[in-house]
Design a binder for this molecule. Structure first.
Ligand SMILES: C[S@@+](CC[C@H](N)C(=O)[O-])C[C@H]1O[C@@H](n2cnc3c(N)ncnc32)[C@H](O)[C@@H]1O
Length: 244
């Protein structure tokens, strides 16, 4: 049986790869890594190369954050799936890993790829290995508990629009924001307007050389951030066990 495994490789620090993921990366017949068409080393690729020799790593050009051009993005996904399907045609009953940043079930393109590959190859066992998410890494690096007691957590891609972000903040939830890099000034403005800026923590490039972790209140309100930026906005807390 052909086997395709979506492997979460964490946000960037190779030490944050699970033992299960490291074992699979070390023994899979091939490790596919999504890369942009710029030719730069991909984020998942950088981490995968700690565990897999370069000759087993195969780059797949993926529309990583091409939101505006739907047709181009669809074409890139189809081409990526066709590349993986060609590999299975040449390696029947092989095991292919597909490395994805963070967790493969949290805003990952792996699920689109797996569905398309299955359509192309027919028999395919799809498996998933969880990974540490960027929000968990930021919580640990900044010493900010994500949720305590009866608190609820909203995970929020800023691409869903500022209004829903504002609603979650006004409800008093613990809120995590993803995918806001270019919209950082707008994101900070909503935090300020809802009275949630103080206590919020920002982390960019977590686990990478460019890592930047600091209180959101210390950010320049007018400067966009990088794509790999995460925010944790904890609820107001009243001390030990206050949310129980
Ligand atoms: C397409 S989502 C992928 C999420 C990933 N699957 C996870 O489980 O964390 C991309 C978003 O994840 C966050 N992210 C991923 N890696 C990060 C890192 N190293 N540093 C900061 N944020 C990161 C950013 O908010 C980025 O816009």
């Amino acid at each position: 049986m052909n086997t395709l495994v979506g492997v979460g490789v964490g946000p960037g620090d190779p030490d944050l790869v699970t033992v299960k993921a490291a074992n699979l990366l070390a023994k899979a017949d091939v490790v596919f890594v999504p890369v942009a068409d710029s030719g730069e080393t991909g984020r998942a690729e950088q981490t995968a190369l700690f565990y897999a020799e370069a000759w087993r790593v195969e780059r797949v050009v993926f529309a990583l954050h091409d939101r505006e051009h739907t047709a181009r993005r669809e074409h890139a996904w189809d081409a990526a799936a066709a590349q993986v399907a060609r590999w299975f045609a040449a390696h029947p009953d092989g095991t292919a890993a597909f490395a994805t940043i963070g967790d493969p079930c949290v805003y990952s393109t792996f699920t689109y790829l797996a569905a398309t590959v299955r359509d192309l190859v027919g028999e395919l066992d799809v498996q998933l290995i969880p990974g540490i998410t960027a929000m968990q890494d930021l919580a640990a690096r900044s010493g900010t508990p994500l949720v305590e007691g009866r608190e609820t957590l909203s995970l929020f891609p800023m691409t869903a629009g500022a209004d829903r972000f504002r609603e979650a903040l006004n409800r008093g939830d613990a809120v995590v924001a993803y995918k806001f890099g270019r919209m950082l000034p707008e994101t900070l403005a909503v935090l300020r307007e809802t009275g949630r800026l103080d206590g919020a923590v920002y982390g960019a490039g977590l686990g990478l050389v460019e890592e930047d972790v600091r209180p959101a209140a210390d950010l320049d309100p007018d400067t966009p951030g990088p794509y790999l930026s995460t925010l944790i906005v904890p609820p107001a807390r009243t001390g030990r066990g206050g949310a129980l």
